[in-house]
Design a protein around this ligand. Structure first.
Ligand SMILES: Nc1ncnc2c1ncn2[C@@H]1O[C@H](COP(=O)(O)OP(=O)(O)OP(=O)(O)O)[C@@H](O)[C@H]1O
Ligand SMILES: [Mg+2]
Length: 410
């Protein structure tokens, strides 16, 4: 069976990242074909504030991924982020009207639609309706009711809603860049697909994606997503503190943070750091210990937000599988240890995309979890729209074209 090609496009507050992957239903692992990344000055706290800048970054990121993968992309799977994204638990119920009382796919669709029928203001829309638990008559905990017998079907659904305007603006950026998109995926669902082990979800765990300007959290209990939350703070805040404290530019502070920063005292690198002052030419020096002293209070702030979200979820006692970190902010040296020491009693680990083949090394970091996870989400939920046919979209050389031409003839 031929591979289908899928492109995940993570439109983040600091960068756009495109990952092109091949999926063959007979192979459990995604084939990473190429990835491309481009800085993006077009978003704030996960929401588009400059369409032209975002559109340019989308084009550049996809072009880089296309040239690495040697294929041309038509459609992309994109994530939507921002404070406007909210999760709500809703119930739906329906009667099974037929005499044989066997539940069909239509009944399931009807009960989910009943759960979706909530009054929403005209500027909001439903992004996902994720069925969590079905009840057939008095029997709860039903995973798939199709084919079962019963007279009454109920469902509990996690509805994820968002504001229409930011969703439409994101759509504009991607379509103006020349790509087709379908419904976007709420950001946190993506890293959860690729970073978490099934056992962690079963046991109960939290995924925390620490981005540049947002932190997204999802909590899984007994294998099911039970809570989503978002806060408008991220790793860029550490960069701002360093720029302020060291009197340097944002880009220089970012370089210092990524190369020499540490979230914990005992992982501080030895020695001093050379950098350029805010005037752009004066050479300066800072001790790595001083850099660590600037970073730590902001890391504490970030962890407090994470802790508050976990408390707010009401699931604090239900996540023995621990806290799994993703996103570029999780790449700060010692971040997992800092989180573990403040969130007492929780196991903490840094997650990266799992179960990949091909050019897996090119996406083997926490910051690629969203882009890879978008592809995994599409595969696992059967969102077929963005799949492109490999041969039809292949740019690869003469033999590939000849193969396509012969296949088209017959
Ligand atoms: N090695 C590293 N050490 C420390 N910080 C890092 C490292 N690599 C990336 N970061 C930081 O991670 C942040 C970017 O993370 P990520 O790419 O996940 O964000 P994003 O998706 O663009 O933003 P958001 O999810 O908030 O919209 C930046 O602040 C960047 O400086
Ligand atoms: Mg992100």
């Amino acid at each position: 069976m031929r591979e289908k090609i899928i492109c995940g496009l993570d439109v983040g507050s600091s960068k756009v990242c495109a990952v092109i992957a091949g999926h063959n239903p007979s192979e459990p692992e995604l084939n990473i074909m190429g990835a491309g990344e481009q800085e993006c000055p077009g978003l704030r706290h996960g929401v588009v504030v400059n369409i032209d800048n975002t559109c340019r970054a989308v084009s550049a990121a996809v072009e880089k991924a296309e040239s690495a993968a040697q294929v041309k992309v038509k459609d992309v799977l994109v994530n939507v982020n921002g404070h406007h994204i909210e999760g709500h638990m809703q119930q739906g119920a329906t009667k099974i009207p037929r005499s044989d009382r066997e539940i069909t796919e239509d009944d399931v669709e009807r009960v989910i639609n009943a759960a979706r029928a909530v009054p929403l203001s005209s500027d909001k829309q439903i992004i996902h309706a994720i069925p969590l638990d079905y009840r057939v008559d008095s029997q709860g905990g039903v995973e798939n009711p199709v084919g079962m017998e019963g007279s009454h079907l109920e469902v509990e659904v996690l509805l994820i809603t968002g504001d229409s305007a930011p969703i439409n603006n994101l759509d504009k950026c991607v379509t103006r860049a020349g790509f087709g998109i379908k419904n976007p995926t709420a950001t946190i669902l993506a890293p959860a697909q690729t970073v978490l082990a099934g056992e962690e979800k079963e046991l109960g765990c939290a995924i925390v994606d620490i981005g540049a300007q947002t932190i997204n959290i999802a909590i899984f209990v007994e294998g099911r997503i039970s809570y989503i939350g978002q806060v408008d703070i991220g790793s860029d805040y550490i960069t701002y503190d360093l720029a302020y404290g060291l009197r340097t530019s944002f880009s220089e502070a970012k370089r210092i943070k990524e190369n020499c920063g540490s979230a914990v005292e005992d992982e501080v690198l030895e020695g001093d750091v050379q950098y350029v002052g805010v005037d752009g030419h004066t050479s300066r020096t800072a001790e790595t210990r001083r850099i660590n002293r600037i970073i730590r209070p902001r890391v504490d702030d970030i962890i407090e937000f994470i802790s508050n979200e976990i408390s707010k979820s009401g699931c604090k006692q239900l996540i023995p599988g621990g806290v799994i970190l993703s996103g570029g902010g999780a790449q700060l040296r010692g971040m997992d240890r800092a989180v573990a020491s403040k969130l007492e009693g929780f196991q903490v680990r840094t997650g990266r995309p799992r179960g990949l083949r091909g050019k897996a090394e090119s996406v083997n970091a926490p910051k690629y979890a969203t882009a890879v996870g978008l592809v995994e989400y599409a595969v696992n939920t059967n969102t077929g729209f963005a799949f492109q046919d490999m041969a039809a979209s292949g740019r690869g050389g003469f033999w590939e074209k000849l193969k396509t031409w012969i296949e088209e003839m017959f």
